[in-house]
Design a binder for this molecule. Sequence first.
Ligand SMILES: Cc1ncc(COP(=O)(O)O)c(C=O)c1O
Length: 493
Amino acid sequence: MTDSGPGEPTHLDPEDWDAFRALAHRAVDDTIDSLRRLEREPAWRPLPPGVADRLAGSLGPEGIGEQATYAEYRELIEPYTNGCRHPRFFGWVQGTGVPLASVADFLAASINQHMAGFSQSGPLVEQEVLACLAQLMGLPAAASGILLSGATMANATALAVARRAHAPGDYDAIGLQGPGRPRLAFYGSVETHGWAGKVAEFLGFGRDSFRRVPVGAEHRIDVAALAARVADDRRQGLQPFAVIGNAGTINCGAIDPLADLAGFCRAEGLWFHVDGAFGALASLSPRHRHLLRGLELADSVAFDLHKWMYLPFEIGCLLVRDGAAHRAAFQESGGYLRSFERGVIAAGLPFAGRGVELTRGFKALKAWMCLRAYGTRRFGAAIERNIDDVQRVVDRLRREPELEVLGPAPLNVVCFRYRAGLEAEAELARINEEILLRIQESGLAVISSTSVEGRFALRIANTNHRARAADLTQVVDAVLALGRELAPRPGPR
Ligand SMILES: Cc1ncc(COP(=O)(O)O)c(C=O)c1O
């Protein structure tokens, strides 16, 4: 180690490796202790006001050293998560974090591979993960893919590929600019996640280019309405280019008729993209794979390993059937990226040509280590249990006269509310919102809420590999108890 001057260390490696080793070991021990304690901890604890005060302005020219910084992590950061590691976390759609993946993230950061490509092991690992996932989704072995930060980025990247594949020849140069450029349009059901609007704007199409198509009773896209909308748009001079099929809608987990959508897209010359952010992972369960029939016909599929494969954030995946179409969307070169027949860059930078990012971290390692250690079957079994446990909840909710299921619940998500004969929507919303917040604030569990056909709903999404049926039972019991406490008692007759 060299110092720039007396008393002025410039290096950022530990000054005392033995002390650093002890600190790293302690971090591992503390983390494993905290994982083993989860069950006895609240699912969530509110942030004390002092934490924000202590974190604000905590950084400046002088550091406080490794030991003191770790102590602050333990005091100010580690206890105050949203609770998504906990066995009773059922909010939004968030994975619980497989412990081996935490080790993998540490190792990935330690070897610090730049995942654009290069002649190194990481890209081979990512390729193997993608090949395994493509097989699980029923896509051909030749399919291309990339690991990204999440489903929003994977969906956005898919749309960029679709746009390039179906846009006019000079699209890459002129894009959407200039007179006479076609107004592009893409389609998905009204139940499509909010990424579609954001991405329509981000890619420059404008939010109106995302055409929201009505759904039927099971929240599945109405294919006849889709066909009518596409035909109408064509008559108006728009250029339809893609259809999004949902494999697991955000609200209720509904699955669009994917095979019908694939057939429609083929007949109409449209790109068929599936947003399977969590639902596509049901294909790991042999008992539930049939629900996703038609997924294997998609031109592209986006999904998250940080949702229903329980890996820690972030890791999303995009698979593209036609590798040439995938690469065509992201061509770029520069003298500084030239490859040679030998040396560090002989393998080129294949992943730089599969998305807009040049630099990506080694997310693939956690996927590879967990799949290598546990095999796809064990993940499939966990997914299967999540679905079975939620289906048991659905059965119970349907039997409880005070509770009401809202919308379909075909998978691992159920929306419901305390009803108990109440009619006024505003009152139902107020009572159920209070139930939601009391459950969260009590630390018993984390559930979330949504709106189903305009009605306020409590929502359980089970992408939790630690949850047991009894954890869900506790949530339903608590909703009933709180509902009875909060609902106005019927007056004397
Ligand atoms: C169906 C669906 N699509 C897209 C997303 C966005 O995924 P991410 O948060 O990983 O960007 C989600 C997130 O819950 C989702 O459920």
